[in-house]
Design a protein around this ligand. Structure first.
Ligand SMILES: [Fe+2]
Ligand SMILES: [Fe+2]
Length: 203
């Protein structure tokens, strides 16, 4: 999602004593349903959540970490629909009130370093930043293909990236910057998104 500029002006999020605490699936879904009325935005958040969870799983992380990665994706834009001028301060403060693990809150705080002034540091931070814009871009491409995700190739996505009029709001520089920070090629990132995004649970 396109970001407004709101520097958070801090680098510390949550409390160390809450390490290991995340929301229940019901609580996370509750925030999503209460705060986000825009269905397209909900799809975006569920898709990013799915990519984050799938990536964490492939890394062999624990169930808790997989759920944390998933929730960071699911909630990263939770305040964008109703309070775009407070994005992403509001969701961060909400998760701090709910005593969520600081690592998860920090990932959300760093999902747009140019906009929020928080650098992605952990791998979870970096992958949330990387999947965010690319997920929406690949989804936009799937919607213009009669076959959707079926048969989609990396080179097709790359061609659209070169076409500056396609999904013009998606920053190509951010995609490149995010891939570099994640120490991945844009091609590998696109390939992961293509092969996983169609399986996201959008219910
Ligand atoms: Fe987003
Ligand atoms: Fe965002």
């Amino acid at each position: 999602m396109q970001e407004s500029v709101l520097y958070l002006n801090r680098q510390e999020f949550g409390k160390a004593e809450n390490s290991g605490k995340i929301l229940s699936p019901e609580e996370a879904k509750g925030i999503l349903d209460d705060w986000v009325k825009n269905d397209r935005l909900k799809v975006h958040m569920k898709q990013v959540a799915h990519l984050m969870g799938a990536y964490a799983k492939e890394l062999g992380l624990s169930d808790l970490e997989v759920a944390m990665w998933y929730q960071s994706g699911l909630l990263h834009d939770a305040d964008w629909d109703q309070w775009p001028d407070q994005h992403c301060r509001k969701i961060i403060e909400e998760l701090e009130c709910r005593n969520v693990d600081p690592a998860m809150i920090r990932a959300i705080a760093s999902h747009g370093p140019r906009y929020f002034g928080v650098e992605p540091v952990s791998l979870m931070d970096k992958m949330l930043y990387a999947f965010d814009e690319l997920s929406g871009f690949v989804h936009a491409y799937s919607l213009m293909r009669p076959e959707g995700y079926v048969g989609m190739e990396v080179k097709g996505v790359k061609k659209r990236l070169k076409d500056k009029t396609f999904a013009a709001q998606v920053s190509r520089e951010d995609i490149q910057d995010a891939a570099e920070r994640a120490a991945m090629t844009v091609e590998d990132l696109i390939s992961f998104v293509i092969s996983h995004q169609a399986n996201a649970d959008l219910s």
